[in-house]
Design a binder for this molecule. Structure first.
Ligand SMILES: CC(C)(COP(=O)(O)OP(=O)(O)OC[C@H]1O[C@@H](n2cnc3c(N)ncnc32)[C@H](O)[C@@H]1OP(=O)(O)O)[C@@H](O)C(=O)NCCC(=O)NCCS
Length: 181
């Protein structure tokens, strides 16, 4: 396991984080065989940049990031905040008041070394401290879906062919207190 430092982002981290989103999203889409979805990649990068800006502007109230670092380099992110539009719309508002955990990204060269688990564990502590009993999580990426199914079980909502033939979207509803590690 790679032991990382986990902390809140500072304004000085913004440029590195914006570059991080580009690197990790470009890489993830490519690994998923979706490298030609250039507009979707750009839209995702922009949405993450906006989330970060929102965190700074609201001191973490509307979007709350944690970042993972090793040797002063940012190698992972995670956020919590209100459930995104896709979740809200595709569940007919059932998760309108549920907090979402998202933007769980680890640079490819640092994946499978326990960094994602450390970020998740820290974010769960944050939710527990705020007495948030359950949260939701969504993904359209096949590898991530495999990981979350193994960890959290079957998704509450399984949107078949949401992104096209054979490309599903999944939404989990998860108790904050649970044994996930
Ligand atoms: C998903 C992601 C954040 C996981 O981070 P990570 O640091 O690689 O994860 P960890 O090493 O902490 O492993 C977490 C669990 O996932 C499993 N896992 C990790 N990568 C896996 C893979 N490629 N295939 C199957 N299982 C995998 C681990 O075995 C571990 O299981 P455990 O908790 O039961 O031991 C990372 O792979 C990533 O950034 N992927 C690309 C972006 C993405 O899809 N993010 C999720 C968006 S919803």
């Amino acid at each position: 396991m790679l032991k990382v430092e986990i902390r809140r982002p500072k304004i000085e981290d913004q440029e590195e984080l914006n570059q991080f989103f580009r690197t990790v999203l470009t890489d993830t889409f490519a690994r998923e065989g979706l490298a030609d979805l250039v507009e979707d990649i750009e839209a995702d990068i922009e949405s993450k940049k906006k989330y970060l800006q929102m965190d700074f502007e609201t001191s973490g109230e509307k979007r709350y990031f944690l970042i993972a670092l090793t040797k002063n380099k940012i190698i992972g992110t995670i956020t919590c905040g209100n459930a995104n539009e896709l979740i809200q719309e595709s569940t007919n508002g059932a998760l309108r008041n549920t907090i979402e955990i998202g933007t769980i990204y680890v640079l490819s060269e640092y994946q499978r070394q326990g960094v994602g688990n450390q970020l998740l564990a820290e974010m769960l502590k944050t939710l527990m401290a705020r007495e948030i009993q359950e949260f939701c999580l969504d993904s359209g990426f096949k590898t991530a879906q495999t990981i979350w199914k193994k960890k959290f079980g079957e998704p509450e909502y399984w949107l078949k062919d949401y992104w096209g033939q054979g490309q599903d979207h999944m939404i989990w509803k998860i108790p904050t207190k649970g044994v996930y590690f």
